[in-house]
Design a protein around this ligand. Structure first.
Ligand SMILES: NC(=O)c1ccc[n+]([C@@H]2O[C@H](COP(=O)([O-])OP(=O)(O)OC[C@H]3O[C@@H](n4cnc5c(N)ncnc54)[C@H](O)[C@@H]3O)[C@@H](O)[C@H]2O)c1
Length: 389
């Protein structure tokens, strides 16, 4: 029986992945085996010695003390891609919104409030609507920068809308490449994409390398009148350069989920209040994914989508599974197998992977496990945590 503590309210769909015959759910147990969290700040929280894992229902892990977790052998999971559908749909909405000038058009209609005669209103509408004419998406070119969980969905949806889609991602994962529609044109450099596209959308993480991806030079390379969408992170676009490009007409519309004071009220800018992941489905997907990752680790020692430990997922074989979290140091494997050989265990499968300074070794073995095996393995220098399942 594992105790799982929830630090925030977690969607029932997620909690249903932790059945009562295996898990006791609690909001205040001070000695949990696992923690499920959304936004609660854990930096000042004491991490009990038997705590095995923390799963965050969401992508960012700023609220979790990662260094302390690694030192204590606590695996931290997140839920990358769980909100990708939610963001991708919003981007499709923004493509239409930006192309057809929906926000200024709706504002303009609002300003006709007070017109009491239906006939006068109809006349006003007919006269005024031409200022909001905007192009259809069909046959226009969309450039997608970053083809991960969100970028791939946006690219595939845009193709389904009849757009020509160009993609740029020098680090694309095998999974993403499998999911990407073959109709997406591969661009090997960013300039190539920028100079061709009528619409450009960003889906890369914010890192020192991606900050200001759209700076003055990049915006200069774009087609005149390009529409830019940024539903990834504000800092990916240099706002001063963007304001200048809007002023000159190089950019006709900038749609962003990241409002900044200098952008508000500027013609051509449409800001939404970081709505990308704000759907009930997204919250549910995150909770389900977090609970499944936590459960698979507690029950089987499998690590999928951890931010501080390597990915190790193995079907079970043998009679017992031995899981070791240790420092990524030389000589560990021979020390571990020396102990298991001495114990008379036959290793069926063995996986060892590292992530930066941390490493994980998972052994499936047959044979009788001596009572003191975990203690012996724990004595090996650099070993942080041993579990025998
Ligand atoms: N608006 C929102 O509410 C919201 C919600 C979720 C995510 N996001 C943002 O969207 C971003 C993308 O999310 P995701 O789930 O698709 O992430 P992901 O990790 O699945 O994909 C990111 C992709 O960017 C690529 N990449 C990295 N550096 C690049 C570069 N220099 N040039 C081109 N491609 C590069 C990676 O190879 C990867 O394929 C997140 O990092 C986050 O900042 C925003």
């Amino acid at each position: 029986m594992f105790v799982v503590r929830t630090l925030n309210s977690i969607s029932p769909a997620g909690l249903s992945k932790l059945p009562q015959n295996l898990y006791t759910l609690s909001q205040d147990n001070p000695q949990p085996d696992g923690i499920l969290v959304r936004s609660a700040d854990m930096h000042e929280m004491e991490l009990n010695p038997n705590l095995l894992a923390i799963a965050r229902a969401g992508a960012g892990v700023n609220n979790i003390p990662l260094d302390r977790c690694s030192q204590q052998g606590i695996v931290v999971f997140n839920t990358p891609g769980a909100n990708s559908r939610s963001v991708a749909e919003l981007v499709v909405g923004a493509l239409v919104m930006g192309s057809r000038n929906l926000v200024p058009a709706a504002q303009w209609v609002q300003n006709l409030a007070g017109t009491t005669s239906a006939a006068a209103l109809a006349k006003e509408v007919e006269k005024g609507k031409k200022q909001f004419i905007g192009p259809e998406l069909k046959d226009k070119r969309l450039g997608v920068i970053g083809l991960g969980a969100i970028g791939v969905k946006v690219a595939n949806m845009a193709l389904a809308l009849g757009m020509e889609v160009y993609g740029y991602d020098p680090y694309i994962s095998v999974d993403a490449a499998w999911n990407l529609n073959r109709g997406v044109v591969h661009c090997v450099n960013l300039n190539d994409l920028l100079r061709k596209c009528d619409y450009v959308t960003l889906h890369v993480p914010m890192t020192p390398a991606t900050r200001d991806t759209l700076n003055e030079k990049a915006l200069d390379s774009c087609k005149d009148g390009v529409r830019v969408l940024n539903f990834a992170r504000g800092e990916l676009v240099n706002n001063q350069a963007m304001l200048a490009a809007l002023e000159s007409g190089k950019v006709s519309c900038y749609l962003t989920d990241f409002p900044a004071p200098e952008l508000l009220g500027v013609p051509g800018v449409i800001c939404t209040p970081h709505l990308g992941a704000s759907t009930p489905e997204s919250e549910q997907n995150c909770a389900v994914m977090a609970a499944e990752e936590l459960s698979d680790y507690l029950k089987n020692g499998n690590i999928r989508n951890s931010v501080n430990m390597p990915e190790v997922v193995q079907p079970r074989s043998g009679s017992r599974r031995i899981c070791l979290i240790h420092k990524n140091a030389p000589g560990l494997i021979s020390s571990i197998t020396a102990v298991t050989t001495q114990a008379g265990l036959n290793i069926e499968t063995m996986v060892n992977k590292s992530k930066k300074e941390m490493a994980y070794t998972l052994l499936d073995a047959t044979g009788a496990v001596p009572a003191d095996l975990a203690g012996q393995l724990a004595e090996i220098p650099s070993v942080i945590r041993v579990r025998i399942l």
